[in-house]
Design a protein around this ligand. Structure first.
Ligand SMILES: Nc1ncnc2c1ncn2[C@@H]1O[C@H](COP(=O)(O)OP(=O)(O)OP(=O)(O)O)[C@@H](O)[C@H]1O
Length: 225
């Protein structure tokens, strides 16, 4: 059976003016299908993060079209895009961006509170459930600064999953971790793919990580090769 499209671009190009006009993305066409675990690789400066910002609807200044579930999102206004992001996209970055003065549990709850779809009891239940999946239940009430690097990243992944997003996007989620924590985080992504059929698009420099994904998108000088 043909799997449906989750995220698709048509001829996406991006220019920076700094100060001369430079094209950093060149007619990028990609299509991520439901349940696919895709990695994006390429040398430093080839345009991976720039592409990710566009795919995640955070950067709207580009040429070409972006479709989410076959709906054109290019050109939609900022408020609608913000709602789409909150509902459909979970993010995991190299740096965890957790709020240090809050507990692990409180951090995981934040995107669900912003979304306003669930009751406070449901949010609490969902957050604890996500933390439990990643073996973080017993650390739920610890403040972020009391957690190790690998634990913080697990909390960040739990936070990305709280609203059951259509797609998880990651920008080098293992980039800051040592080998053993990298392996733990990779295994979490792998489990999300195999057990939960979570659609994921992850930018990585890590060959081992990329080899474990369903498909590697290789970029060079602003193009997919
Ligand atoms: N705000 C900006 N203004 C001007 N040029 C930029 C800007 N942001 C990125 N660039 C340039 O665009 C190109 C692509 O950058 P990008 O960050 O997407 O690369 P990358 O593949 O993610 O690199 P890395 O692997 O090092 O993170 C680079 O040449 C970079 O210098």
């Amino acid at each position: 059976m043909q799997r449906s499209s989750v995220l698709r671009t048509q001829n996406v190009s991006k220019y920076f003016y700094s100060p001369e006009k430079t094209q950093v993305l060149k007619e990028v066409c990609l299509d991520v299908k439901k349940g696919e675990f895709v990695s994006v690789m390429g040398k430093s400066g080839c345009g991976k993060s720039t592409l990710l910002y566009i795919l995640s609807t955070m950067d709207t200044d580009y040429e070409g079209q972006l479709y989410i579930e076959n709906e054109l999102v290019t050109g939609l206004d900022a408020k609608i895009l913000s709602r789409i992001r909150n509902e459909k996209i979970g993010f995991v970055f190299q740096f965890h961006y957790l709020l240090n003065e809050f507990s692990a549990l409180e951090n995981v709850k934040i995107p669900a509170m912003k979304l306003g779809r669930y009751s406070p009891e449901e949010i609490e239940h969902r957050a604890m459930e996500k933390l439990r999946i990643f073996g973080m239940e017993s650390h739920a009430l610890k403040k972020v600064h009391q957690l190790s690097g690998g634990q913080k990243q697990r909390v960040a992944i739990a936070r990305a999953l709280i609203n059951d997003p259509l797609i998880i996007m990651g920008d080098e989620p293992t980039g800051n971790l040592d080998k053993s924590n990298s392996d733990i985080v990779f295994n979490i992504f792998k489990e999300l793919a195999t057990e939960f059929h979570q659609t994921m698009l992850i930018v990585t420099h890590d060959d081992e990580f990329a080899k474990g994904t369903d498909r590697i998108i290789e970029m060079e000088d602003g193009r997919i090769i």
